[in-house]
Design a protein around this ligand. Structure first.
Ligand SMILES: Nc1ncnc2c1ncn2[C@@H]1O[C@H](COP(=O)(O)OP(=O)(O)OP(=O)(O)O)[C@@H](O)[C@H]1O
Length: 302
C-alpha cells in the first residue's frame, strides 16, 4: 500500500492568551496521498488556515502546536529545527496565499523573485536562474514571459500576480502545494482559470495539493477527497462525489444546503443565498457528533 505523503495525526493547536490556553484545533487528523488533491472546507474561523500554517511551520504567537504529529514522508515536521523547516518550505512543500500582493516583494521584479527560488533552493547560478524564471512564467501561461519577468508586481493584474505566485511555488517541483483560498481575491472568470491552472499543473507534475476554501464549488471542481472542518474539528471526510451526494454530518448538510443554486433567483434576479443557520437546527450539538469517516472505512456498510 502507498504510504501517505502527509499524515496529520491528532493535531492540536492552542492560543495562549494571558495565562490561559484556548483550544483552536482539537485533534485534527487527515492524510494526503502522493499526487492527491485534498480539500479542507468550512466556514470562516473553522480552523482551515491554522491547519495549513501548522503544516508549514508558520504559526505565530499566541498560536502554538499543543499536541499531535505532522508526518511528511514519514518524518515528523514538528521535530525539525527552524533551519530544516526553512529548507523544506518552498522546496518540498510550497504555499500560495489568497492575496499575492502580501506575499510578493513590491520592490523587486517578478522575474528576480522567481529566479531567487532557483538560486536559494537549487544552487543555480544567477544567469541560469533568470532563464528558468522566464520558463516558469511560460509554464503558468503568462503571455510574453520575457517582458513580464521585468515587471514589478504592481504592474500586473491580480490574476497574473497569482500566476506568478504559482510559478514561484512550483519552481522547485514540491511534493505538496498548499493553496489557501488561492482565488478568493480574484474576479469570478479569472478564478476559474487560475483553479484550472493549479489543477492541471499539479496533475502533470504529480504534485499533491491541499486546497483550502470556504467555497464548496471550488473544492468540488478541484479535489478528489474533502475534509469538512467545523469549530476546530474535522467533522466529516469523504471522496468529493460521495460527500456531495451523501452528506452525513449535519454541518456538511448545512454547508451544501446554503450553496446558491442555478435557477433559484430572487425577484431581483440575484441568486438566492440560504442562511446556513436556517438549515442547522442547533449549532451547540454539531461538535457532539463524532467524526464521520467514509462508509468504506466503517467496514463497507451501505
Ligand atoms: N493569532 C491568533 N490569535 C488567536 N486566535 C486566532 C489567531 N489566528 C486565528 N485564531 C482563531 O483560530 C480560529 C481558526 O482560524 P482560521 O483562520 O484557521 O479559520 P479559517 O477556517 O481559515 O477561516 P477563514 O476562512 O476566515 O480564514 C478562529 O477562531 C480564529 O479566531
Amino acid at each position: 500500500m502507498t504510504a501517505p505523503l502527509l499524515d496529520v495525526r491528532g493535531l492540536k493547536v492552542a492560543a495562549r492568551l494571558g495565562d490561559r490556553a484556548h483550544p483552536i484545533l482539537k485533534e485534527v487528523s487527515f492524510q494526503i496521498m502522493p499526487g492527491e488533491a485534498y480539500g479542507l472546507v468550512g466556514e470562516s474561523g473553522s480552523g482551515k488556515s491554522v491547519t495549513s500554517l501548522a503544516v508549514m511551520g508558520l504559526l505565530k504567537k499566541p498560536l502554538r502546536v499543543a499536541g499531535g504529529e505532522i508526518l511528511f514522508k514519514g518524518q515528523d515536521l514538528l521535530q525539525l529545527s527552524k533551519r530544516e523547516m526553512r529548507r523544506l518550505r518552498g522546496n518540498r512543500v510550497a504555499m500560495i496565499f489568497q492575496e499575492p500582493m502580501t506575499a510578493l516583494n513590491p520592490l523587486s521584479t517578478v522575474g528576480r523573485q522567481i529566479a531567487e527560488m532557483f538560486v536559494l533552493h537549487q544552487g543555480k547560478g544567477w544567469d541560469e536562474a533568470q532563464r528558468l524564471a522566464v520558463d516558469a512564467l511560460a509554464s503558468v501561461r503568462v503571455p510574453n514571459p520575457d517582458r513580464r519577468a521585468r515587471n514589478f508586481p504592481h504592474q500586473m493584474s491580480g490574476g497574473l500576480r497569482q500566476r506568478v505566485m504559482i510559478a514561484m511555488a512550483l519552481a522547485c517541483n514540491p511534493d505538496l502545494l498548499i493553496a489557501d483560498e488561492p482565488t478568493t481575491a480574484l474576479d469570478v472568470t479569472v478564478q476559474a482559470e487560475v483553479l484550472r491552472l493549479i489543477k492541471e499543473l499539479c496533475a502533470e507534475r504529480g504534485t499533491a495539493v491541499l486546497f483550502i476554501s470556504h467555497d464548496l464549488g471550488v473544492i468540488a471542481s478541484t479535489c478528489q477527497r474533502v475534509g469538512v472542518m467545523y469549530s476546530g474539528c474535522l467533522v466529516e471526510e469523504n471522496e468529493t462525489q460521495a460527500l456531495f451526494g451523501d452528506p452525513r454530518h449535519e454541518y456538511t448538510r448545512g454547508l451544501l444546503g446554503a450553496l446558491p443554486r442555478l435557477g433559484s433567483r430572487s425577484q431581483h434576479g440575484r441568486q438566492r443565498l440560504v442562511d446556513i443557520d436556517s438549515i442547522i437546527s442547533d449549532r451547540s450539538k454539531l461538535t457532539e457528533t463524532r467524526f464521520i469517516a467514509p462508509r468504506a472505512a466503517e467496514g463497507g456498510q451501505p
